[in-house]
Write a new protein. Structure first.
Length: 762
C-alpha cells in the first residue's frame, strides 16, 4: 500500500464582506480575490518531476510491490505505464521505437491524449522521461465504480420538462435522439428498463468491451511480453479498424453486466421504468445508450482501458450523436489536472463537444467518521468535467429535507506537481460542481438474457438487502430492481439531465451546460461550496435556461463566427424567472457558476451575451488557459469528412477576453476562506446565493483577459488548520466510488468486499 501524506494549511481569518454592496470595477480588475490558491502553470520540468510520485516510489522500492502495474519478469522489475507526449506526430513513431529499444512494449496509442500505454523496465523509466517529447509518465492505475421518485425529486416532472397524461404516456422531453455513453461494468440490454417506446426494442445501440483492449491485446501483452508494438493507426473504413471493432464488440452477449453497477447507472440516466408499480424511470427515458465496458465482474479496470474507451466515444461521437459521457468510476491520482492522463482524456472529450459527467467519489469521511476535505478523485478534479456529489433525498420527493450525504467527497481538488524550482504546487480547484440524488436510488438489476435468478449480478447476489425492498429473489429478472447509493449514482441523474437539455437545444456546449446546471441549482441549507458546489440538481431550471439560448451556438463557436459579448439568446427569447416550483415548493436558483476553477461568477450576462469560456475547446483553471485542437480523418471512399477524430492537441491559449462586461464577480463576495467563519470556500452556498439574489457582487465593466496563462490572482488558501488529504490511496491505487457504509450518526463500517457503501444512509 502506498500511503499518502497529510498536511495542514494555516491562514488568518477574514471578515465576511458586506451583503448589499454593488460595485463597478475598473478596466484593470482581474478578479482580485480567489477562493483557493491557484498554482502557476507548468514550467520546464526536470526528468524526476515528469514521473508520477507513486511510480517513483515503486521504482525506488527495495522489492517489487504487489500491484497490477508492477512485476518482476525474468529478474527485471517491469512497470506498466502511460507515457504522455508533447510530440506533433499523432503516431508517436520515435517514442514508440525508443520504448522498444529500451526493452519495453507498446500496447496502445490514443486519440484523446498524445500518449502510449506501454511496459518499461523500471530502470528505464527515467531515460524515457528525459526525452524532450515526453511530458509525463504515470502508472497504469486501476479504476473502479464509484438510482419514480427520482423524476419528482430532480424536477423532471414539470410543464417545462415533461408531463404524464397516463401511467405510460407523456409529452415533453425524454432525451430522444441524444446518445449517452456509459463507461462502466456493462449494460444489460435485455432489461425492460432499456427498452424504447414499443416496450420491446432495446435502446442500447452499441456495446463494446475494453477489457479486451489496452494491454489485453491479441499479441499477448497481458503476460508482460517485451519487444512488441501492438499500437496501430485506426483509419476509418480500414481493415485494421474493422478488426478492432470486431474484437471489442459485445452486443447481445448472455451476461453483459456481471457486476451489476453499469446497468443500474444507465437506468438512472435513461431507464424507462413506469411499466411496473415500483416506478424506476430515469431522467431521460428515451435517450440512446452506448454500453462502453471498462470494468470487470468485480468492478475493477485499468486506466489504459478507460482512456481507450474515451477514445472510442470521441471517435464515434458525431457518427452516433453521442453528446454525453458518464463516468461513475474513478482512479486515485495525486497528479495535477494538467498532466493526469484520465483528466486529459476527459478534457479532450469535452473539446470534441461531449459533455463529461463524473462522480466526485465517496471519501467525504475518514474511518473514524470525521469529515474530509480535498477528496475529489480523478477525473473529477479536471475543470472541464461536471463533477457530481451525492445528496440524500430522505426517500421523499420534497426537497426541503435534503442533505449532503456524509460519504460524498468534498473539494477542493488536491492534484499537484513539482515545478522546475522543486516546489510542490497544489491545484486547489473548486469542486464538486453540484450534487444530485444518490442515496438508496432504485434502478435496474442486471441478470442474464433469460432473467434467471441464479444469474443475478454480483452486487445483488452478495448484498440481498439491495433488492429486498423490491421483492428480492422473487422478482422477474427482466424487470428486477435494486437500490444503490453513492456519487456514482448521482452522476447519471445529471447525465440524463444533460440529454434533456441537448434535446431542447442541440447547440449547447459542455461548459455552458455546466454553467446552466449550476446557475439553476437549489442550494441545500447548511452545506458549503466544497460540500455541494452550487447546490442540488434542478432539471426544470436547467431545461428552461437551455431553451432560451440560440441553437446554433456550438457551430458558430467552432466556425469562429460569434464574437465575445455578442447576443447569445435565441430570437424572441428572454431570460426566465430565476425560480422553480417543484412539488409545491418554490425556491430561488443559486445564481452560482464556477469559472476558471477558482472563481465564482454570476449574472444574466453569462447567458444573454456570448462568453469566450463557453468555447468547449478552451480549458481554464487558475493561471492556466489551454486550447485543444481536434483534427479529423480526411474524407475518403465511404468516410465523410470532419466525422472521425484523429488527434487532439493542446497548446497555450492566445490573448483573449474570457469573460465580458456585465458579468458579476462573486468571488470577493464570498471572502477569505475560513471554516470557523463560514466564509470563502466554506461559505454556505445558500448564503452566497441569497446575497447574489439581492444584488450583491462586483459587475465587471471590461471583463477579464488572460494572456498565455498569466496570473489572474494568487488568492487565499484554506484556513483554520483544515486537514486535506493528498488523494485517497488504497491498495493498487483504487478509488472505490461506492466507498464506505455511512450512517447519519457517523458510524462507519467497511465490508471485506469494499462495496459496503451500497446500502447508503437512512
Amino acid at each position: 500500500m502506498i500511503a499518502a501524506s497529510r498536511f495542514v494549511v494555516l491562514i488568518e481569518r477574514a471578515a465576511v464582506p458586506s451583503r448589499r454592496t454593488l460595485f463597478k470595477a475598473g478596466a484593470a480588475l482581474l478578479l482580485a480575490a480567489t477562493l483557493v490558491a491557484a498554482p502557476p502553470p507548468l514550467r520546464a520540468q526536470t526528468t524526476s518531476s515528469k514521473i508520477a510520485a507513486d511510480l517513483q516510489q515503486v521504482i525506488a522500492a527495495p522489492t517489487t510491490p504487489t500491484l497490477s502495474w508492477a512485476k518482476d519478469v525474468n529478474g527485471v522489475r517491469m512497470v506498466k505505464v502511460l507515457v504522455i507526449s508533447s510530440s506533433n506526430d499523432p503516431d508517436l513513431v520515435a517514442l514508440r521505437a525508443d520504448v522498444l529499444a529500451k526493452g519495453g512494449a507498446v500496447y496502445f496509442s490514443y486519440v484523446s491524449v498524445a500518449a502510449l500505454s506501454a511496459m518499461l523496465p523500471a530502470n528505464q523509466v527515467a531515460a524515457i522521461a528525459a526525452r524532450a517529447d515526453v511530458q509525463g509518465i504515470s502508472p497504469n492505475r486501476l479504476t473502479a465504480r464509484t438510482a419514480s421518485t427520482l423524476e419528482y425529486a430532480t424536477g423532471a416532472l414539470t410543464s417545462n420538462v415533461r408531463t404524464y397524461s397516463g401511467a405510460t404516456s407523456y409529452t415533453g422531453l425524454d432525451g430522444t435522439g441524444v446518445g449517452i455513453a456509459v463507461l462502466d461494468s456493462g449494460i444489460e440490454e435485455f432489461h425492460s428498463n432499456t427498452f424504447g417506446l414499443d416496450g420491446k426494442t432495446t435502446r442500447v445501440m452499441r456495446a463494446v468491451d475494453f477489457q479486451k483492449v489496452g494491454d489485453a491485446t491479441a499479441v499477448g501483452a497481458k503476460d508482460w511480453t517485451a519487444g512488441v508494438d501492438a499500437s496501430a493507426s485506426l483509419y476509418p473504413g480500414s481493415k485494421k479498424m474493422a478488426e478492432y471493432e470486431t474484437k471489442i464488440a459485445s452486443l447481445a452477449i448472455n451476461r453483459p453486466d456481471v457486476y451489476g453497477h453499469g446497468t443500474h447507472v444507465a437506468s438512472v440516466a435513461a431507464g424507462r421504468g413506469y411499466y411496473q408499480s415500483n416506478d424506476s424511470t430515469g431522467v431521460a427515458p428515451n435517450a440512446n445508450l452506448y454500453d462502453v465496458k471498462v470494468l470487470d465482474a468485480n468492478g475493477y479496470g485499468q486506466m489504459s482501458d478507460v482512456i481507450a474507451a474515451i477514445d472510442w466515444v470521441i471517435y464515434h461521437a458525431k457518427e452516433y450523436n453521442i453528446r454525453v459521457m458518464n463516468l461513475s468510476l474513478a482512479a486515485d491520482s495525486t497528479e495535477t489536472w494538467q498532466t493526469d492522463p484520465l483528466a486529459r482524456a476527459a478534457r479532450s472529450a469535452s473539446a470534441a463537444g461531449i459533455t463529461v459527467v463524473v462522480a466526485a467519489g465517496n471519501f467525504g469521511q475518514n474511518a473514524s467518521g470525521a469529515e474530509r476535505f480535498g477528496t475529489i478523485s480523478s477525473p473529477g478534479h479536471d475543470p472541464s468535467v461536471i463533477t457530481v456529489g451525492s445528496a440524500n433525498t430522505k426517500g421523499t420527493a420534497a426537497r426541503n429535507d435534503d442533505t449532503i450525504n456524509l460519504f460524498s467527497s468534498r473539494g477542493p481538488t488536491r492534484g499537484s506537481y513539482i515545478d522546475a524550482g522543486g516546489v510542490r504546487r497544489i491545484d486547489n480547484l473548486l469542486k464538486p460542481d453540484l450534487v444530485a440524488p444518490g442515496n438508496k436510488i432504485v434502478g435496474a438489476l442486471a441478470t442474464d438474457k433469460a432473467g434467471a435468478g441464479g444469474s443475478w449480478n454480483y452486487l445483488a447476489r452478495n448484498y440481498p438487502a439491495l433488492s429486498n425492498p423490491w421483492g428480492g429473489s422473487s422478482q422477474n429478472g427482466k424487470v428486477a430492481l435494486m437500490n444503490l447509493s453513492g456519487t456514482s449514482i448521482a452522476a447519471p441523474a445529471v447525465a440524463g439531465t444533460v440529454a434533456l437539455m441537448l434535446q431542447a437545444n442541440p447547440g449547447l456546449t459542455p461548459p455552458l451546460i455546466k454553467a446552466m446546471l449550476q446557475y439553476s441549482a437549489q442550494p441545500i441549507v447548511g452545506a458549503n461550496l466544497l460540500q455541494q458546489g452550487a447546490g442540488l440538481l434542478n432539471v426544470d431550471g436547467a431545461v428552461r435556461l437551455a431553451k432560451v439560448v440560440r441553437t446554433d451556438l456550438q457551430t458558430a463557436i467552432e466556425a469562429g463566427t460569434i464574437a465575445s459579448g455578442a447576443n447569445q439568446l435565441a430570437s424572441g427569447k428572454t431570460m426566465p424567472a430565476k425560480t422553480s416550483t417543484l412539488n409545491g415548493q418554490t425556491f430561488n436558483w443559486s445564481r452560482i457558476v464556477y469559472a476558471g476553477g477558482t472563481q465564482i461568477v454570476s449574472g444574466d450576462a453569462l447567458f444573454t451575451k456570448y462568453q469566450p469560456i463557453w468555447d468547449h475547446r478552451l480549458a481554464w483553471a487558475g493561471k492556466v488557459a489551454r486550447r485543444n485542437t481536434v483534427s479529423y480523418w480526411p474524407a475518403a471512399s465511404g468516410v465523410p469528412a470532419n466525422t472521425f477524430a484523429r488527434s487532439i492537441v493542446a497548446a497555450p491559449a492566445s490573448n483573449q477576453s474570457l469573460l465580458t462586461a456585465g458579468v458579476v464577480n462573486a468571488t470577493s463576495l464570498a471572502g477569505t476562506s475560513s471554516k470557523i467563519g463560514k466564509s470563502g470556500t466554506f461559505i454556505p452556498s445558500a448564503t452566497l446565493s441569497g446575497w447574489l439574489a439581492s444584488g450583491s457582487g462586483i459587475v465587471l465593466s471590461e471583463g477579464i483577459v488572460l494572456s498565455e496563462g498569466i496570473v489572474l490572482s494568487e488568492g487565499i488558501v484554506l484556513s483554520e488548520g483544515i486537514v486535506l488529504s493528498e488523494g485517497i490511496v488504497l491498495s493498487e491505487g483504487i478509488v472505490l466510488s461506492e466507498g464506505i457504509v455511512l450512517s447519519e450518526s457517523g458510524q462507519t463500517g467497511v465490508s471485506s468486499a469494499d462495496d459496503s457503501g451500497l446500502l447508503g444512509e437512512p
